[in-house]
Write a protein that binds this ligand. Structure first.
Ligand SMILES: *[C@@H]1O[C@H](CO)[C@@H](O)[C@H](O)[C@H]1NC(C)=O
Length: 262
């Protein structure tokens, strides 16, 4: 009768609630594949966290110059100090370790490794900084994932040939990538050539929000740029730069390893 139906409904409701609660509270590492095939991680980019913008013989980047120019950033803030990761990276790695993550994606500041792009020397201080990070990560069982380019280029490349607007950048990017493979490739097995290149093309050359702040009407009101053509020129140069770095890696640096089946 009706009582039995109501009782059955109540039981069903209680049971569902029980299942839901159990599910919500029972999510743990064991429900995911093992760390050999599934990683939890955190991620950052150099300019957003490092600070130390003049330390370790680093060169000036496009972002350093852009944020220091009056009127480009609404509240006048910049990444000179940022999260002070340059000085506090050991604490940061300790924090990641305490979270229990087993991967960390970060980017290498081009200007720490090559303060003047391919027109200058490889900076030993910059290499030492990333070596220290990579070694500390591995020591804690955290797999490093390295982004080679996350929007910061040596200012000198902007001055010399207009950065991503020039096909010259393909040579510079390949050179930088190769230095990274050479210096860190014995320990770094996961490489990302570029972070969201589509957004760089859009924000830097269509809307004019990111350095070098190029745009034209009706997309924005910038001193320089052409929103109808520059994002495509930049996109073209980024695709070819990526291809250049990948071919350098495949031909000279990729070795088979435990992660090759990924
Ligand atoms: C952008 O470049 C195109 C192609 O050269 C040209 O037709 C257009 O007038 C330019 N726009 C501006 C705002 O300079």
């Amino acid at each position: 009768g009706r009582m039995a139906r109501e009782a059955a409904l109540w039981l069903l409701l209680l049971f569902s609630a029980h299942l839901l609660l159990r599910r919500a509270s029972a999510i743990d590492r064991g429900q995911f594949p093992p760390p050999t095939s599934f990683l939890f991680g955190t991620s950052t980019s150099a300019y957003q966290i490092e600070g130390g913008y003049l330390e370790g013989k680093k060169g000036l980047s496009n972002w350093d110059v852009y944020t220091h120019k009056q009127g480009t950033i609404e509240d006048g803030s910049n990444g000179d100090i940022a999260a002070d990761h340059y000085h506090r990276y050991m604490e940061d790695i300790e924090l990641m370790h305490s979270l229990g993550v087993n991967s960390y994606r970060f980017s290498i500041a081009w200007t720490r490794i090559l303060p003047r792009g391919r027109f200058g020397h490889v900076n030993p201080d910059g290499v030492a900084f990333y070596n220290a990070i990579i070694n500390a990560l591995l020591h804690k069982g955290i797999q490093p994932f390295v982004t080679i380019f996350h929007y910061d280029i040596p200012h000198e490349l902007e001055e010399r040939y207009g950065g991503w607007l020039s096909p010259e950048i393909q040579k510079d990017f390949g050179y930088f990538a190769e230095v990274c493979f050479k210096m860190f490739g014995d320990r770094v097995k996961f490489w990302v050539t570029m972070n969201q290149p589509n957004l760089l093309a859009k924000f830097a050359y269509m809307n004019g929000w990111f350095p070098p702040g190029h745009c034209s009407k009706p997309y924005g009101n910038c001193a320089f740029g052409n929103s109808s053509i520059e994002p495509y020129i930049v996109g073209h140069n980024m695709i070819l730069s990526h291809a250049n770095a990948v071919s350098i890696y495949r031909n000279n640096y990729q070795v088979s390893g435990p992660y090759n089946s990924w």
